[in-house]
Design a protein around this ligand. Structure first.
Ligand SMILES: NC(=O)c1ccc[n+]([C@@H]2O[C@H](COP(=O)([O-])OP(=O)(O)OC[C@H]3O[C@@H](n4cnc5c(N)ncnc54)[C@H](OP(=O)(O)O)[C@@H]3O)[C@@H](O)[C@H]2O)c1
Length: 293
């Protein structure tokens, strides 16, 4: 089985590079070997590699910067995935693609299901939604996994920011009105790999049967404040922390260019039922991710 992984230096891509290796012949690359903003780059790569499965972990993920670079974000998140889906369909390959809880406006007040109507409130969310639709409209074998609050200890993210602030500040102020599910990049990579492995005898047919949109995130949910407190508690270098107090704040206290959905928890019941895979609790995963970091 030939697998093409795009975005292998990103948070999720780096983990996928390790887990997908167990499934067969893996070609893994990132920008500039593939430029998702350039349709010709996508077309020539897929035609050259001719994979059975493509896993797309590339994305323009800087939510703030997307507000001032909407064209680039749209090219990478909105248009590129559609081209990738077209090329996959031409050669009969399956495409696994990731999207985000930020396609929702965060006003539902209950976990979002796949049936809920998206209504993005920032450029990043808008471009990711365009990408989802572009992939779906091609109508090939495509699985889209929407996820939330992804972290890894390898790249700058909320977890590494909190650890850094804790070393330099005595008081941290963290918002308690943004609520979602922290998702360890490794959990996403393992779940994706297990899904492919379930169809080992005939992965293309299996994935065709399972084509669709799924919510896939860490189990349970919390506020950014609760998440930050757990990060500090699990910090293996807690003795180096200067922080003495963690205060709760509100999103409105920190004006940003991009608006964030306040309650963007994803109901992952469809994924767990369809693939019979449990999703580990976010806190358990966090403690494992930070163990020995
Ligand atoms: N991070 C989150 O909190 C979060 C939340 C919900 C959903 N997601 C989704 O989860 C998926 C994986 O996200 P992640 O956190 O692993 O993202 P990430 O760490 O930012 O990785 C994205 C990868 O895409 C690459 N890339 C950027 N522009 C590219 C281009 N023009 N052509 C090819 N590659 C390009 C990046 O390369 P460079 O490093 O060189 O830029 C990076 O390797 C994405 O679909 C994302 O939208 C993420």
């Amino acid at each position: 089985m030939k697998i093409l992984l795009l975005g292998n230096t990103g948070q999720v891509g780096w983990e996928l590079n390790r887990t997908l290796l167990t499934l067969g012949n893996l070609t893994a690359l990132d920008y500039p070997q593939i430029d998702m903003a350039d349709p010709d780059s996508i077309r020539s790569l897929v035609q050259e590699v001719k994979p059975h499965i493509i896993v797309n972990a590339t994305a323009y993920t800087n939510v703030e910067k997307a507000e001032s670079e909407p064209e680039l974000a749209m090219a990478i998140n909105g248009i590129g995935p559609g081209i990738l889906a077209q090329e996959a369909k031409k050669i009969g390959a399956a495409l696994i693609h990731y999207s985000t809880d930020y396609v929702f406006d965060g006003t539902k007040g209950l976990p979002y299901t796949e049936e809920d109507q998206p209504n993005p409130i920032n450029v990043y969310g808008e471009t990711k939604l365009v990408g989802e639709k572009a992939v779906q409209e091609v109508g090939g074998t495509t699985l889209i996994f929407r996820t939330s609050w992804v972290y890894s200890l390898r790249r700058p993210c909320f977890v590494t920011k909190v650890l850094k602030w804790a070393k330099t500040k005595k008081v941290l102020r963290i918002v308690d009105d943004q609520i979602s599910s922290p998702t360890w990049a490794r959990t996403l990579a393992e779940a994706t790999t297990q899904v492919i492995a379930q169809g080992r005898n005939d992965p293309i047919d299996y994935l065709a049967e399972k084509s669709g949109l799924y919510h896939l995130a860490g189990g349970g949910y919390c506020s950014r404040l609760d998440w930050a407190k757990e990060i500090l508690a699990f910090d293996p270098r807690a003795s180096e922390q200067k922080v003495r107090e963690v205060q709760s704040a509100k999103t409105i206290d920190f004006p940003t260019n991009a608006e964030r959905p306040l309650f963007s928890v994803l109901d992952c019941g469809k994924f767990t039922e369809c693939f019979d895979l449990p999703l580990p609790d976010w806190g358990e995963s966090l403690s494992l991710a930070m163990d020995g970091f």
